[in-house]
Design a protein around this ligand. Sequence first.
Ligand code: NDP
Ligand code: MG
Length: 393
Amino acid sequence: MKNISILGSTGSIGTQALSVVAANPDLYRVTAITAQSNADLLISQALQFKPAMVVICDDSKYGTVKSALSGTTIQVLSGEDGLCEAASLPEADLVLTAVVGAVGLKPTIAAIKAGKDIGLANKETLVVAGDLITALAKEYRVRIIPVDSEHSAIFQCLVGEEESSIEKIYLTASGGPFRGQSPEFLSTVTKNEALKHPNWVMGAKITIDSASLMNKGLEVIEAKWLFGLEPDQIDVIVHPQSIIHSLVQFNDGSMKAQMGLPDMKLPIHYALAYPERISSDFKRFNFMDYPDLSFHQADKETFRNLELAYLAMRRGGNMPCIINAANEVVVNAFLQDQIGFLQMSDVIESCMEGIEFVAEASLNNYLETDRYTRIFAGELVTKQLNYNQNIKY
Ligand code: NDP
Ligand code: MG
């Protein structure tokens, strides 16, 4: 029996993880679950899975959750401190980090320091502070098992291999809903069009990131830290069918790919069971449904976020933290119809130029960079919004 705490249990990854747990009651027990503000779903999950602890990060919803669970022995906490408590609960063996954004940084550190293995969905944490997180994981001898489908694919391809035998890796990208479109087209797209991903159903932030290719940019940085690679060893290839989840090319020229239907339950199931592989009844792949798997070069000129992420990775220091914070601000602004699709890259680039660069960053540097960048990006969004409104009227 493995005890699992799920940070972000009400999200796309969180709910799918709970369905994997529910399908394997003899293997897994849920020890803690957390949400930002979706109290109703959190309460119903708590009543179904009976964890030891439930955390609602939004303090204003604490009373609702507390009174709904008053007839149980479940401990109810709130806020960021509560999230860190859930991450370090003594009885948990594995913490699945499925919150969205840099908010995952502190609880992930708390979990590692408490000796928990990490099932990592929250890629932003590795983007922001990959050096600190990987060093801590080594120090506390905990495993970081990727949940992101591309990284799970690479991880699975590397079982039984030496990391030193990797020549390069290819992360596959679906290309999102706007693959092949021109900058002129992209300048007019709406959030509803951007939210229609062709292959995956995910939370809003990662869906916009997929449309802008920032998701792939964040994944490139995530891969650097997870697999200890140099920037030149990480390539991106567009593969619209999302069947090959990623590939490793070894130093003898041989390549390994991991493939399967695009269903996040598969990498979640693998991460929870690791190092074992446990049977599932997930739908099986049929070759005749996909007679043509195709591959294209990623268009980094039109989708500038991918190029910006490569630049940030090569620069190192707090630069990936800057692009992550700026990206969180602009995605939010795009989702609120405040700025256009292409203006997101403009703001990110201005933040890369405008925020002070720190080559050797401490945790405090990262937290400060994150804070300053959000303020700076917010001001740029406001300017852009005023400008956009002047154009309209
Ligand atoms: P969702 O938006 O669907 O869910 C996010 C979860 O985090 C929810 O439980 C939400 O609570 C909680 N949350 C949001 N903001 C905060 C906050 N400020 N403090 C604490 N908790 C918060 O996201 P996804 O499940 O899509 O993504 C989660 C992570 O997994 C992301 O890092 C994403 O990049 C990564 N990922 C996701 C994939 C997918 O298929 N969805 C694929 C690969 C990686 P509430 O519901 O109350 O808002
Ligand atoms: Mg992915």
